[in-house]
Design a protein. Sequence first.
Length: 221
Amino acid sequence: MVCERVMMELDAYVTGELDADLSAEIERHLSECPACRAELLGLQKENALYHEYRSTVEVPISAWEQLQPRINLSPMADAEESKPAIRHSPFAIRWWMWAAAASVLLVTGLSVYFYELRHTSGLDSPGVAENGVESPLSIDQTVKNFQQALALLEEAYAKKKSNLDPELVRELDRNLALTRGAIDECQRALKEEPNNLQAIEFLLLGYEKQIDVLRHVTEEL
């Protein structure tokens, strides 16, 4: 078995989707090929990080109720019945896993934002303290969570670009550049006026849009 074939099957091997014969072939190749073993180690680390996110993040039910109207975390509509069933490539599987981890961080960030601000204020309206000022710590933590999620997605997207249609890449880059510009504008506004509610709202929406664009791409592949 050649390295190119092994690389194409490594994701399925790691997740236990291969039959016994193919798994045995890959194991024999891995025992003789340092490059493929290194790739396997990288995949195992990625999977461990993904499962760590899933196992450590816990979102309160109340936070879900607040987030559901704002964020669509459900999968995209099923493909048309007339389309033949396809097996997703290993690259798409790995890309989807990173997107799932990012979605978990997205929900965590917003739940922290609403939960902490609600409890520091003692009011039902999220994001407003008794003196009408947001908690800087809550917003900072939310932004850090968004940035961590985007870092994961953008790194995977950079590796994925060469396998995507050039026209799709151009459209993706255009959308991401627009949302990055909006985020930069909001951050500049918040430096001048840290308690600007509208800037905070648009900042969060900008991060949501960036992650959503990348997430939809993963669901299409």
